[in-house]
Design a binder for this molecule. Structure first.
Ligand SMILES: NC(=O)c1ccc[n+]([C@@H]2O[C@H](COP(=O)([O-])OP(=O)(O)OC[C@H]3O[C@@H](n4cnc5c(N)ncnc54)[C@H](OP(=O)(O)O)[C@@H]3O)[C@@H](O)[C@H]2O)c1
Length: 359
């Protein structure tokens, strides 16, 4: 496989740091550029991050002395130095939209963690095991942008990375409605217990914009390409409540669902255990061997013991049982900064490279 030089735009942030650790020994990708705000530009990566390093493993030696570039002022320079960039920045939505388009128009593909372009009809929002085929929209996007190789691909919000994968193998049963209550870790807000002491021994029943994303984004993921755009699915109807809980990493969801067709619980579990997607077929470096794991114990999955399953890239499911108001209920869990953010984006990039969209 070809080797790719990559940049991390927003490399000093929480998700950016995850990218750095995940890419340290990546077999295909080498980090050549780290970019962030003008506050960090010109400093070494180590100086720019300072005491904000939030990973449990140390900062990669190979990146410590990279001089952080200015994510907005140096776009063309960065585009000339790398084959593509990962992007995870904390800026206003319209600024992020414009910034990502600047990279794409400079012929530098962007694999983004930001929400700014998730609603753009010709930008694929990919969970590689579920809708790898949405990459086929990229030529239409290139036509609109007037580019030869530049494009933007995004990953979806971290809140839905457990229940959309769990519902996906059941879609042919005609899911009429689904309800998800999420219990989300503080790293999803770019925070630790040191930087957000209010979260110790506390639950905050509001995460701005999260419920809307949790209900709407699955419709694009399950959508279909029609002409030059992805047309959203209209079913299933999803309702969500998202709570912030005192957990460092790992988003749990309690899910209820009803179907048009009847199915035995054993068959649902078999579908989960046998489910494979394009990353497993292609044997991509970051792909979990098994995407969906079902736990039979009553008290699992637990955030602490299961979040790092298959390097934080698998989804853990448990407590499947009948419900009195919906057909079934179950719980599921995914790691929000691995599968839900940087790891999910690395897997999207591997898919796009393996399928020939990034040369
Ligand atoms: N945390 C998660 O689990 C998660 C999951 C999915 C998606 N996301 C999304 O990923 C993005 C980053 O999240 P995060 O948690 O990593 O945030 P974060 O820790 O606050 O990091 C923000 C990054 O953006 C950079 N930045 C801020 N203002 C900038 C500017 N004007 N120009 C260029 N760079 C600028 C920062 O650089 P400086 O260090 O120089 O300030 C830093 O590198 C957000 O859009 C978030 O919604 C996060």
């Amino acid at each position: 496989m070809k080797k790719y030089n990559v940049g991390i735009v927003g490399g000093t942030g929480m998700v950016g740091q995850r990218f750095a650790t995940l890419l340290e020994n990546h077999p295909w990708f080498t980090v050549k550029v780290i970019a962030a705000s003008p506050r960090s530009a010109g400093k070494t990566y180590e100086e720019a991050v300072g005491n904000r390093w939030a990973m449990t493993t140390p900062m990669p030696e190979s990146m410590k002395n990279l001089i952080v570039m200015d994510a907005t002022a140096d776009v063309e320079k960065i585009a000339g130095m790398v084959d593509f960039v990962f992007c995870a920045v904390d800026m206003k939505k319209d600024e992020i939209r414009a910034l990502e388009e600047r990279y794409a128009k400079a012929e530098c593909p962007v694999v983004s963690n930001n929400s700014a372009h998730r609603g753009t009809p010709d930008v694929p929002m990919i969970i590689p095991e579920i809708n790898a085929d949405h990459a086929k929209i990229i030529p239409a996007q290139r036509k609109r942008l007037g580019t030869k190789r530049g494009f933007i691909a995004v990953k979806s919000n971290c809140s839905l990375q457990s229940y959309v994968p769990a519902l996906h193998p059941l879609m042919d049963l005609g899911i009429t409605k689904a309800l998800a209550c999420t219990y989300q870790a503080i790293s999803g807000a770019g925070k630790t217990f040191d930087t957000w002491p209010e979260m110790v021994d506390n639950v905050i029943p509001y995460i701005g914009g999260e419920e809307e994303k949790s209900e709407k984004e699955p419709m694009k993921i399950w959508g279909t390409i029609e002409g030059d755009e992805i047309v959203n699915a209209t079913t299933p109807s999803i309702t969500a409540q998202c709570l912030r809980v005192p957990v460092s990493d790992g988003h749990m969801a309690a899910v209820f669902a009803s179907f048009e067709k009847k199915i035995e619980l054993d068959e649902i579990i078999a579908r989960w255990e046998n489910f494979k997607g394009r990353p497993q077929e292609l044997n991509l470096p970051t792909a979990p061997k098994q995407f969906l794991h079902y736990f039979t114990e009553d008290n699992r999955p637990q955030t602490k013991s299961e979040r790092n399953l298959e390097n934080g890239m698998a989804v853990s499911i448990g407590r499947l049982r009948p419900d009195t108001q919906y057909d079934i209920k179950f719980v599921c869990l995914s790691h929000n900064t691995l599968r839900g953010a940087a790891g999910g984006a690395v897997l999207v990039a591997e898919l796009l490279c393996a399928e020939g969209y990034i040369d």
